[in-house]
Design a protein around this ligand. Structure first.
Ligand SMILES: Nc1ncnc2c1ncn2[C@@H]1O[C@H](COP(=O)(O)OP(=O)(O)O)[C@@H](O)[C@H]1O
Ligand SMILES: CC(C)(COP(=O)(O)O)[C@@H](O)C(=O)NCCC(=O)O
Length: 243
């Protein structure tokens, strides 16, 4: 069994895989790492290998613990990947983005694929039909947009995503909700449309913490998969076991 660990800027995602099949998944703040890790080890003593992807600093204690209890593969640029990385600054590329591209290559070989990860940030990652990763884009995530309006103004309140919103906000609150949610939906739909103009037969994946909220509000033709990054990490782990 494999233990998959994805440390993002908002939350840690851990999952246990048996082969290609996800058995169980946990989402929690980094401060709960030691408690949850111990619970997982007790529940799944069969775990042999693990892989760690982190986009935050100072995870040396978490790494030590994984090394102590499992055969840890850390996601670094020296691992083998199933795609050609054409990012101009590969050493600064987010580990999470590498995992997303690995998942795209594994699950959509020979397809032009755009992966949208709606987490703390929204990242766009594109790999072409020749399994070349070209890069993409980084923009503020949903929660970050609400927080930024509050933090950088004197009068705007801190709001959270709501189920319902109007195009034309008629109050401060509904104007903020409209601006943030419509802004992000139009950004995503517009980005997809721009890629679709340039690349035929485009496959689009939506993942990350805001997958559910966004997928029901976006245009059709998008595969929503909250576990895409974890699947990519599991694939990289298996890929490197056989190298
Ligand atoms: N219960 C929740 N707690 C925190 N964030 C949540 C929750 N539900 C949805 N979200 C959204 O998910 C985003 C974080 O997604 P996630 O994929 O965990 O990010 P990251 O990989 O950057 O840690 C937040 O910015 C927020 O918009
Ligand atoms: C863009 C990110 C902050 C996204 O992190 P997340 O929202 O998933 O927590 C992360 O992928 C990162 O730190 N990237 C480094 C810069 C780059 O990818 O070029």
């Amino acid at each position: 069994m494999n233990l998959i660990v994805d440390i993002g800027n908002t939350s840690v995602k851990m999952a246990v895989f048996q082969g290609n099949s996800l058995q169980e998944k946990w989402v929690f703040p980094l401060s709960d790492f030691f408690k949850i890790f111990q619970e997982i080890l007790n529940q799944y003593p069969e775990i042999g290998a693990s892989i760690l992807s982190s986009v935050v600093n100072s995870v040396s204690e978490e790494k030590k613990l994984l090394q102590k209890h499992t055969k840890l593969v850390e996601l670094t640029p020296i691992l083998s990947f199933p795609f050609k990385n054409k990012y101009a600054t590969p050493s600064s590329l987010g580990k999470d983005r590498i995992a997303l591209v690995a998942a795209a290559t594994a699950q959509f070989p020979t397809k032009n694929t755009l992966v949208i990860d709606a987490g703390t940030c929204v990242t766009y990652d594109f790999k072409n039909a020749k399994e070349e990763y070209l890069g993409g884009a980084i923009s503020p995530g949903l929660e970050m947009r609400f927080k930024a309006l509050h933090k950088f103004t004197a009068k705007l309140p801190l709001l959270k995503p709501e189920g319902k919103f109007e195009l034309t906000g008629n109050s401060t609150e509904t104007s903020i909700v409209s601006g943030v949610i419509n802004g992000l939906l139009l950004e995503i739909d517009g980005t997809i449309a721009a890629y679709a103009t340039e690349y035929e037969d485009l496959t689009i994946i939506l993942t990350g913490g805001d997958t559910q909220f966004l997928s029901m509000r976006l245009k059709n033709g998008i595969f929503a998969n909250s576990n895409f990054l974890l699947e990519g990490l599991n694939y990289i782990l298996e890929f490197n076991k056989t190298q």
